[in-house]
Design a protein around this ligand. Structure first.
Ligand SMILES: [Zn+2]
Length: 265
């Protein structure tokens, strides 16, 4: 019996129906590795992590240390002191979600694209660390950003690309289920426009994760650990926007490969 439950998506065009899957309804525990660019990016999928924390072994891997993520309200300068605070905030976030303590790969945010470091050196180092972390955790499932990178941040896009590159290079893409997170356009409307959120057409978001109000509350508690990044007002507005959306779903796109051999396009 397949471990993945199929339900059918009904879009505007019935000819374009695609099967939708849940990540796993199986009771067999799996290892889920959620890997994102910055300490606080896990807020994007917080309710899904809280949901699966009670079923599976859920790990958050944070690619960069967030040393340049300065904000006026906190007054913390860029550098090691900010890194230390953001590590504590992320550990707090994981506790609130009920998942394992975070794994930090300690690349420097910006990955050199901000002109502060050499991109090629940063990228090569980070890819080695991601590779080692996959070998250590042996995940069944990886969650990460898609090509839109949520907010379009280059680090977000880059981490999603690195993961995909590594799975293809190492022949792991058929043994590890890779999911790219994506918003629908409708979902992005609940957030401020200046967040610059990308979106994916619903026809391509083949994985729907429903979550409960209790799981969402855990995500709210978790998000509020990131005090260096958001003001109390920002948290309140964010939570109000999420509470107003009672659909309680997050969408992902399962990365799928067709290994049929072809000799033409
Ligand atoms: Zn980020």
């Amino acid at each position: 019996m397949p471990s993945i439950a199929l339900v059918f998506f009904v879009g505007c065009n019935p000819k374009k129906e695609l099967p939708k899957e849940t990540i796993s309804d199986s009771k067999a525990p799996k290892t889920i590795m959620a890997i994102f660019a910055h300490p606080d990016d896990e807020t994007t999928v917080g309710p899904a992590l809280a949901k699966y924390a009670t079923i599976h072994d859920v790990h958050l891997v944070v690619a960069t240390d967030g040393r340049y993520g300065i904000n006026d309200h906190s007054g913390i300068p860029a550098g090691d002191s900010l890194v230390a605070i953001r590590k504590k905030e992320t550990a707090c976030a994981c506790r609130e979600l009920g998942i394992n303590p975070p794994h930090f790969l300690e690349a420097k945010d910006g990955l050199g694209l901000n002109g502060k470091h050499n991109f090629y050196v940063e990228a090569a180092d980070l890819k080695e660390r991601i590779h080692a972390k996959i070998e250590e955790l042996k995940p069944d499932i990886i969650l990460t950003f898609g090509p839109d990178g949520d907010t379009g941040h280059p680090d977000h896009r880059m981490v999603g690309l690195f993961i995909t590159e590594i799975l293809l290079r190492e022949n792991w893409a058929h043994t590890i289920d890779l999911y790219h997170f994506g918003w629908t356009k409708e979902q992005t409307a609940k957030f401020p426009e200046d967040w610059g959120l990308g979106n994916v057409h619903p026809n391509y978001l083949n994985t729907t994760i429903h979550f409960t109000p209790e799981e969402e509350e855990k995500a709210f508690s978790s998000m509020q650990c990131h005090e260096s990044q958001f003001t109390k007002e920002a948290f309140s507005e964010w939570i109000a926007a999420e509470r107003a959306d009672t659909t309680n779903v997050l969408y992902f796109r399962k990365f799928a490969l067709d290994n049929t051999l072809l000799d033409t396009f």
